[in-house]
Structures are given as C-alpha cells and as structure tokens.
Ligand binder design. Sequence first.
Ligand code: PSV
Ligand code: MN
Length: 424
Amino acid sequence: MQLARTSIADHNQSLLNSHERKLRALTGEIANTPDIIDKLAAFQVAIPSWALGTGGTRFGRFSGGGEPRNLEDKIEDIGLLHALNRSSGAISLHIPWDIPQDANAIRQLAAQHGLKFDAMNSNTFQDQPGQAESYKFGSLQHVNKAVRKQAIQHNIEVIKHGVDLGSESLTVWLADGSCFPGQLNFRKAFQYVLESLQEIYAALPANWKLFVEYKAFEPNFYSTTVGDWGQSYLYASKLGPKAYTLVDLGHHHPNANIEQIVALLLMEGKLGGFHFNDSKYGDDDLTVGSIKPYQLYLIFRELVDGMDAKGMDHTTDLGWMIDASHNVKDPLEDLLQSVEAIMIAYAQALLADAKALEAARESNDVVAAQEILQSAYRTDVRPLVAEARLRAGGALDPLKLYRSAGIRQQLINERGTKTIATGL
Ligand code: PSV
Ligand code: MN
C-alpha cells in the first residue's frame, strides 16, 4: 500500500497550529535552529529487512499479521516508514533471507519509494538447506578449510548481489567463537578469520567498504572471535583502508563506555558503521532510546564531535542502521519510535554548546561541563525534529498518523493474518 499525500497533508494541517507554537518557543531560545533543522532533514537511517517482521526469542515467536511476505513487501514497508518520517530512506538486506530474484526490478521498486541500498549483510551463522558444510563450529574461523572457503564464497556472492542493487558496503557479523574453555585455539581462530576476511576484502569493488561487526557474546558464550572493538579494530587495520569497525549498541558488556569507544574509533578514522538498538541486559534488541536515552545522547555527542573534527559528512560518511527485532510490538510502530529516538538524540547532540564544553574542560570545571551537556539533553527538541520532517514532506506525528490511517489493518487486509517474514 502507498500512503496518500493528502492524508499526510490533512494530518499536518490538523497539528500545525500547536506545532508552530512549540517551534516558536524553542527557536526563541536556540541560536542555530536553521542549521540543526537542515542537518536533521538530511539525516537518514537504514532499516534492516529483518526488522519488519515480529521478532522472536528462542522460546517462541508471535507473529502479528500483515507481515511482509517477500522482499517487495519489505521495501513497501520501508517506503511507508520513509513517507511518514522522511528519515528512513535506505534498506539493509540480509542474504540469503532477501535474495533478489530480479535485481533491476527490486532496484526500481526501491527507487520509487526513495530508498537506497545500504550495507549488505552476509549470514554464516545459520546453516542453509542443502549447504555442503556446517557452521556449527564457526565459519571464517573454522579448523576445516572447506568450511572457511564456503563462508568466504558466500560473502563474495553477497557482494555481487549488492553490486547489482547499488549498495556500497558489506557488513560481516560472525557468530564464530567458542562455548567452553579449551574448545578453541584463540590465535589460530584469529588468524583464520583474518585470512578469510583478506580474501573477502580482495573481492570488494573499489568504492566499497567492509564493516567488521563485533559482539561480546551470544550465540557463543565463552569467547567470540570478533568480540570487542579492539579485535574488530585489529582486523580492520590489518585489512586496509576500506575496512572499518562497526559498532552495534547491544554488543557490549553491561555499562561499557560506548561513547568513549566511538570517540577513539572516529579519531583513528576506523569507525565505519553503526547499529542502533537498546538493551538492559545483553543484545536485547529493544527500541532505540527506550532504556538508556542519556547514553544514546552521549554517544551522539561523540559522533557529532568526532565527525566534525574530521570534517566528515554526518549523513553519508558513516553507515547508520537500526538493528532491532521485537517480540511484542508492531514492528513498524517500533521502527517509527526508534527513528524518532535517533533524531532526538542527534538534535540534542547538535544543540550542545561544543565550544563552551571545551572551555569548561580546559579549566577543569567539571560542574560546568556536566551542566552544558545536560542542558542540551534536557531540552525538548521534538519540535525541531517535527519541523525537519514537515519540510521534507513527512508527517508531523508519524506514529499518530500510522494509527489513525489504520495502516496495519490495511496491510493485514492485503497480506493476511498468517504471513511470516523471512529472517530471524
Ligand atoms: C547480531 O546480533 C546482529 O547484530 C548482526 O548485525 C546481524 O547481522 C543482525 O544481528 C541480524 O542477525
Ligand atoms: Mn548488528
């Protein structure tokens, strides 16, 4: 289904007076609102194809009806999100869950919805039907060369699919590791992964980037071969200039200082991609900003600061993606909430007075530094985010319109109640 332009216009009209009142109050307080609004309007976050169906846990999955039945439906869903918020203009595919049957047709369909193809994701953490070798004991790290070869070949095929679609990056996330002490020779495992990644790296087109995603634990519970940013950074440095570390917020041990990790990776020119989600205990894949919004803001502060220090373009120089899969919410509503949380944190980060903060640091004024940081965080920037959306042709309140237009019901009518999206 497509959202009629008129329904967005009617919705916006009904909220306009109240929006303008709040915006006026805010712009009276803040000096650089035009610049912030422009940056917000330009910012885009990719939606992963696996987030559009209801997520599950190992105990069960409760699908919600109207889920996308195929890649075309997934593109349509992201098209809907993008029409509502104008900030979800890219899709990230997981192969083999989303192999396009006709790449040109898929490319055209995405273009009709204003969507680009963000990073391609390979999958060597599950065995596929008919596959010769098993990934039970790892893929790129495997002691058996035939398994490593198969996993390398798969990644090269993913690159080829990506080239056909116009993507320019590959994200490699490995489940490789071990569950018990003694199971793995750490040094051998590292070397095998490195050699395997080198072969994949050699197959990258000139304009492509390779993102090496790390994760502290799960599905392996004793060691992970790309377990933290240090290991990912080692791989990325050894591989070369087209390789970068990818930070997924849920892939750290509890209370890790992710903002510091981000600052240093950016300083070294090795931060390439970002997966947004939130968590309380582990890789919980909860809605962005639902548990630790202050941490999200602090991370964004470092992102903005670090990118500005390097003259990077906020919108295009890092790969931004949501990586969440939810069990109890309508996935599209959840994604609208996640994108909104990202935009809010970004706006607050743009708002923080970087010069005053630096001056406070230089004079060891700890209290002033905290005040400056928190004053931006405590500002309700939602009118700025809404204004950016309005100017870009989106809805003032995407979630409200999603509900009042009965979009989920329409999707159920079109697709049925028992559809189950491919993915996790
Ligand atoms: C792993 O937990 C991960 O974050 C990786 O990014 C995968 O590609 C994604 O989830 C989906 O499995
Ligand atoms: Mn991820």
